[in-house]
Design a protein. Structure first.
Length: 283
């Protein structure tokens, strides 16, 4: 992995600071540069602004303050752009720097819990061509240095292979432990048996791919619902979870599926949403 970069969608809000904290955690784990990106409405927007105006100067000040707060072991660059659409502007900014992922703050309206989606974040997880990392509320207060363990939510659909491959590459490149998880409703015996078989297959594949020194585990979590099963898994500071896009996603785009949305209600760790590939059929 040569000169990786992690983009952060920044706002001068607690959610923006949460995103920076998670961006730092991921960038340090990858040995990556951090790019703090802010998008202001273009002059055709109802919130009219122009380059060189007061709002731009304030935005530049906010970005500079955020960059100054990043630990000095990381290289950080700030980017300010103008676009009618915050979503389109952030995607363009992340693609322009060749970012591996775009980190956003989950705090906002929409879904109750530590990871709740505001309108821009909601748009991003339905449209981004690169992985989107949703930072939980309060991440700025924990500021984990590195990823402790990657949990990969493996499913049984064909598109799950793309997600597993992405998790395996991340863990191999960063020498980070991997936990494979299948979530099953407790009253569905057929699904439980299928999930156990699939989990074992994924575990075998992971052990064959990863160097011996990288720990790999597998677990089938059962519960009355997705939220119940997720809560039973046990989470630690520094953990992240990777999920795939819904089968409703356009090729090479994200779409947050119903299972992932339910996870967001109870998770207190960052969620990495991986785009759907051509021809894939993810959960």
């Amino acid at each position: 992995m040569s000169n990786p970069r992690i983009a952060v969608a920044y706002l001068a809000t607690p959610g923006g600071d949460d995103a920076v904290a998670v961006g730092e955690q991921i960038a340090r784990t990858l040995g990556a540069q951090l790019d703090l990106c802010m998008v202001l409405p273009s002059d055709r927007s109802p919130l009219a602004t122009t380059p060189g105006g007061i709002l731009q100067r304030e935005a530049e000040s906010w970005l500079a303050a955020a960059a100054a707060g990043v630990q000095n072991d990381l290289t950080v660059t700030t980017h300010l752009s103008f676009d009618e659409s915050s979503t389109a502007g952030l995607i363009a900014a992340a693609e322009a720097v060749g970012a591996e992922a775009l980190v956003v703050g989950g705090a906002g309206g929409g879904i109750a819990g530590s990871l709740s989606l505001g309108s821009v974040v909601n748009d991003l997880v339905h449209a981004s061509p690169i992985p989107v990392v949703i930072a939980p509320r309060g991440a700025r207060l924990k500021r984990n240095d590195r990823i402790r363990e990657v949990t990969c939510a493996v499913g049984t659909r064909p598109g799950a292979k793309l997600l597993l491959d992405a998790a395996l590459r991340l863990c191999r490149d960063t020498e980070t432990p991997l936990r494979l998880v299948s979530l099953v409703a407790v009253d569905d015996a057929d699904d439980l048996e299928l999930a156990q078989q699939h989990a074992q297959k994924a575990l075998d594949q992971a052990k064959a791919f990863l160097p011996e020194g990288i720990p790999v585990s597998s677990r089938v979590a059962t519960g009355a619902g997705v939220e119940d099963a997720v809560n039973k898994l046990g989470w630690h500071d520094g953990d992240v979870i990777m999920v795939g896009s819904s089968r409703l996603a356009q090729p090479r785009r994200l779409f947050l599926g119903s299972t992932a949305a339910k996870m967001l209600r109870v998770l207190q760790v960052p969620m990495i949403v991986v785009p759907k590939d051509e021809g894939a059929d993810n959960d």
